[in-house]
Design a protein around this ligand. Structure first.
Ligand SMILES: [Zn+2]
Length: 435
């Protein structure tokens, strides 16, 4: 027998099952179901089996109308009537409901998708389906691991981004624990995360990739951390290493902050307070000059006039802006090299120790800095966008303690193409049912 084609069975949508009855209250929905298989044959001798019994089995399914669903599956128990046969009775099975499972496979798959693609909290999904936290997490592992392990997921990377991100914030027992993230900069996809922010962590991960994968990586963007550069030069010798523009810009503004704090301390004898003129413009000093309003400029000038003894902050602010503008203005390596040279000279001419230090850092990364202009401006920008997603996953997970769970959740959210089909829009749609 095929399914009965009734509206109820269509709503159930579970192949091989028909819906017999429904009961509901405000909290949940109960659906009584049975399979469409009304006859069976003995596995032992092949004779037509006799219906021996019904064994009611409760399982959870996809929520219905916003409520958790409990399916009551009236399982058939079959019996062989052949006296000489060793087989006595057996219970029917279904690929949609695993033996002893508390919920259907489609519910498990959907729970994994909600946690992975939608980054919903496991507890929230557990509540929606009416199952326990650990049950959801098992489904996330069972359905998510193959997606994450799929070798096609990391195929064809031409531009690799490397960045660190905090995994666990510092507490009384340990300092901040970092992980290293690898990103496909073109596909904007998180490839993997590994514990630690060491040269070895990155080197081991890259070296574990197939040779043709490593040969395919033409460019690697990284933050100014020597350990990553060392790892990339040994594991991806053919890839051009590019210093990430975002991090360079951040270094410049960090120098402005350092100088502001020092000048503040030297002139006032204490750290910045709410009403100190320099403290009040600290955020404005971290902005791009072209995004400052007239009002913001006025506040900056007033603040510097009141507190910038010796114009050291102003000088560093200008240097930080000019460093970022090299990225905007230079279209080729020669121009960039010339602008960088001028910038170095101005830093050297200043009497600001923080600027000297910044210039030394950039100088140590000169090749990687200039490589930006030969590689068509590859940027770790996508990595930074992914870092926002990573923060979201961490917030939802209330901080992870288990690295494997953390990695799985991150990769499911930022590293997997879910290809979830989109329903037709309500506006302008035509009924499928018109007969
Ligand atoms: Zn038999």
């Amino acid at each position: 027998m095929k399914d009965d084609g009734s509206a109820a069975t269509v709503m159930l949508g579970l192949p091989g099952f028909v819906l017999l009855a429904v009961a509901a209250n405000e909290v949940e929905v109960e659906q009584e179901i049975e399979t469409t298989r009304v006859e069976d044959f003995c596995r032992g001798c092949g004779v037509v089996a006799k219906l021996h019994d019904r064994r009611p089995t409760w399982v959870r399914d996809l929520p219905s109308a916003g409520r958790p669903v409990a399916l009551l599956w009236r399982k058939r128990v079959w019996r062989c009537v052949e006296a000489a046969c060793v087989v006595s009775t057996w219970t029917e099975t279904s690929e949609h409901i695993a033996p002893r499972s508390v919920w259907t496979e489609r519910a498990r798959r959907e729970a994994c998708r909600r946690v992975g693609e939608d980054a919903h909290a496991v507890a929230q999904v557990a509540r929606a389906f009416g199952v326990g936290w650990a049950t959801v997490m098992t489904a996330v592992r069972d359905y998510g691991t193959p997606l994450v392990d799929d070798p096609a997921r990391t195929d064809g990377v031409e531009a690799l981004g490397v960045d660190e991100t905090a995994f666990l914030a510092a507490n009384a027992k340990h300092p901040t624990i970092y992980v290293t993230g690898m990103v496909d900069l073109h596909a904007r996809r998180l490839l993997d995360v590994v514990p630690g922010r060491t040269s070895k962590a990155l080197h081991d991960w890259v070296s574990a990739q197939p040779e043709d994968w490593r040969d395919g990586v033409a460019v690697a963007a990284l933050d100014p951390y020597r350990g990553y550069a060392t790892a990339l030069s040994s594991s991806l010798p053919k890839a051009v290493r590019v210093l990430d523009a975002f991090h360079v810009t951040r270094l410049g503004f960090a120098a402005v902050d350092d100088v502001r704090r020092r000048v503040q301390r030297d002139t006032l004898g204490h750290r910045g307070r709410r009403d100190d003129p320099l403290y009040r413009i600290r955020r404005l000093l971290r902005r791009s000059a072209e995004n400052l309003t007239e009002r913001a400029w006025e506040r900056i000038f007033a603040g510097l006039q009141a507190g910038d003894d010796g114009e050291q902050i102003a000088m560093t602010f200008i240097a930080a802006q000019e460093l970022r503008l090299i990225y905007k203005r230079a279209t080729d390596t020669e121009t960039a090299a010339r602008m960088l040279h001028t910038w170095f000279e101005r830093c050297a001419d200043s009497n600001v120790p923080e600027l000297h230090r910044l210039a030394r850092t950039i100088d140590a990364w000169r090749d990687e800095f200039l490589a930006y202009f030969t590689t068509g401006g590859v940027s770790n920008g996508p990595t930074e966008a992914l870092n926002l997603l990573i923060k979201k996953v961490k917030r939802v997970g209330h901080g992870f303690r288990n690295f494997d769970n953390y990695r799985l959740r991150l990769l499911l959210h930022c590293g997997v193409d879910w290809q979830t089909p989109q329903p037709t829009r309500i506006k302008g749609r035509l009924p499928r049912l018109a007969a």
